[in-house]
Design a protein around this ligand. Structure first.
Ligand code: YH5
Length: 269
């Protein structure tokens, strides 16, 4: 069986806490440097986010988000030849980011904001629809499902239908079960175990597990920066179970592991 190469999306967070505060200029310089390193290490896409969606976080204003991400998208577009993804839920940010050079909309709320579907449709770019149960501030307050995989698949079927009806091309849709977004540790483990079931929707499947608390929990509450091996193993398992795009912080380590996996998987019988 020939499997095509797994796509690595490298995470570039542009929230105030992501770069030690040295003013806007330093922020841009640091972000570009980080993006270049990830590209050298094998990233295929750079995902730029200016809104913290961590559990318990409050939403950023449109102006805050635009101020953080637009200058960086323009500068990456200027200096690096790589597809840029914009991690946002706001239609205005989607529009300005695409005008500035982004070619993928990565929306953790799956285009649920007013006007988001029609904006994505008119921009004509790829969109990643991620599943989230609840809102970031409260989503981890004991979420429940009858069957977590079935419920997420039903959510996607409905969303995909809405997207197609509003004129988004099927070829432009990516799905992502949203690890950690309104899911307990057990929900996350079950999603990873049964990931293959999402492939019945016949769309590229993306996952983001990198450094998340599910990894920390399984490693005796390991600190965020010491979750690399756990994250890489989870990414490999996801790819073995049908993911084709992995959103990661540790690009070099993930590329190494994928090279081993792909070498074995591509070996002809
Ligand atoms: C995702 O899964 N996740 S932002 C908490 C952490 C570590 C990392 C330390 N955007 C996804 O990465 N987009 C985010 O604890 C995403 N899929 C897609 N498509 C959350 C994140 C993180 C949160």
């Amino acid at each position: 069986m020939h499997k095509s190469k797994t796509v690595i999306m490298g995470v570039l967070n542009i929230t105030p806490d992501s770069f030690s505060d040295g003013g806007q200029y330093l922020g841009i310089e640091n972000a570009i440097e980080r993006a270049k390193i990830m590209v050298d290490q094998g990233a295929d896409i750079i995902d730029i986010g200016g809104e913290s969606t961590r559990p318990g976080s409050n939403p950023a204003t449109t102006e805050e988000e635009l101020g953080r991400v637009i200058p960086i998208i323009k500068e990456i577009k200027n200096q690096i030849n790589i597809p840029i993804s914009i991690d946002t839920s706001k239609p205005e940010v989607m529009e300005k980011a695409v005008v500035a050079g982004a070619s993928i909309i990565n929306d953790v709320s799956a285009l649920s904001a007013d006007g988001a579907i029609s904006m994505a449709s008119s921009l004509g770019v790829k969109v990643c629809l991620m599943h989230m149960k609840g809102m970031p501030r409260t989503m981890q307050d004991s979420p429940t499902y009858v069957d977590v995989v079935d419920e997420i698949k039903d959510f996607f079927s409905q969303k995909i239908d809405e997207c197609l009806k509003s004129g988004i091309n099927n070829e432009n849709i990516i799905i992502d079960p949203g690890f950690g977004f309104g899911k307990t540790l057990n929900h996350n483990l079950e999603i990873l175990k049964r990931l293959e079931e999402f492939n019945s929707l016949k769309l590229p499947l993306m996952v983001g597990i990198s450094r998340k608390s599910m990894i920390g929990s399984l490693l005796n509450d390991r600190a965020v920066n010491d979750r690399i091996i756990g994250s890489v193993v989870a990414a490999i398992m996801a790819v073995q179970n049908g993911a084709s795009i992995v959103r990661v912080h540790d690009v070099m380590e993930t590329r190494d592991a994928l090279n081993i996996l792909e070498s074995v998987n591509d070996l002809k019988e």
